[in-house]
Design a protein around this ligand. Structure first.
Ligand code: CAA
Length: 258
């Protein structure tokens, strides 16, 4: 794994763990951190020994947004010219499932980064928000789109227009997070979840992720057809034979990721 300065990268079994690590800036997402997160995800994504990725921050902050101090002096021609923030799109191309474990602030780009993951497990101290409007800008890493799909127009519009935060309870009620755990248990619970995912057949987990994501890109009829074709494809894997044989023989499956 490459050397990084703004993130920590670790492995536990088949789970790759990326921890945002700019504590003095509450993990604000500067360009270096963006390059490093994208590079680490791409490296883990192409590693056959990794079956799931866990992305987390600190107890106080998952990430308090894009780095305002770095952004403040930029001009229109600079941000437009470099297509500022477009590099984050590369996370959507990752095929390995990515779980976000969020404690404390997930604001602006922090909320958007969590939403770029496949699902979010929140601590009871998590706070989500898109406060960009208070800085005279709007979300720029997909917040207006992904938050709206996650929580619906009413809440997304209110949050994007007023900049108010949601606490963990509201985020769970609204469907932004899959579940809430006490803050002291967040890392272990998220790691257990990622480990469970990594214990499945990797090609089948990738197919499952692709099928769920298709729901956001297509009509219901096309999505159902896509799902059925991918379901049919799972019968081309040795892991389908193994999974079903293990059930019938009342034993745990031994997936070969093939
Ligand atoms: N960018 C740069 N630095 C940040 C930062 C950010 N987004 N958020 C916090 N920091 C820095 C602070 O400047 C401070 O540094 P100094 O000690 O050098 O002054 C340090 O982190 C600690 O922050 P606070 O003293 O403010 O901590 P707090 O506990 O009092 O408040 C907070 C926490 C409410 C999260 C507050 O820091 C805050 O409001 N941060 C900004 C949140 C925000 O507006 N995020 C959106 C950014 S824009 C964006 O993300 C655009 C986009 O769509 C991609």
């Amino acid at each position: 794994m490459s050397e990084f300065e703004t993130i920590l990268v670790d492995r536990k079994g088949r789970v790759g763990i990326i921890t945002l690590n700019r504590p003095k800036a509450l993990n604000a997402l500067n360009s270096q951190l963006m390059h490093e997160v994208v590079a680490a995800v791409e490296e883990l994504d192409t590693d056959a020994e990794i079956g799931a990725i866990l992305l987390t921050g600190s107890e106080k902050a998952f990430a308090a947004g894009a780095d305002i101090k770095e952004m403040a002096p930029k001009t229109f021609s600079e941000v437009y010219g470099e297509d500022f923030f477009s590099e984050w799109d590369r996370l959507s191309a990752a095929r390995t499932p990515i779980v976000a474990a969020v404690s404390g602030y997930a604001l602006g780009g922090g909320c958007e980064l969590a939403m770029l993951c496949d699902f979010i497990i929140a601590s009871d101290t998590a706070k989500f928000g898109q406060p960009e409007i208070k800085l005279g800008v709007i979300p720029g890493i997909g917040g207006s789109q992904r938050l709206t799909r996650a929580v619906g127009k009413a809440k997304a519009m209110e949050m994007v227009l007023t900049g108010r935060n949601m606490d963990a309870e509201e985020a769970e009620r609204a469907g932004l997070v899959s579940r809430i755990v006490p803050v002291a248990e967040l890392f272990d619970a998220a790691l257990e979840t990622a480990t469970t995912i990594a214990s499945m057949s990797l090609p089948v987990a990738i197919m499952a992720k692709e099928a769920v994501n298709r729901a956001f890109e297509t009509t219901l009829a096309e999505g159902v057809k896509f799902e059925r074709r991918v379901f049919h494809s799972t019968f081309a894997t040795a892991d389908q034979k193994e999974g079903m044989a293990a059930f019938i023989e009342k034993r745990a499956p031994e997936f070969k990721n093939a």
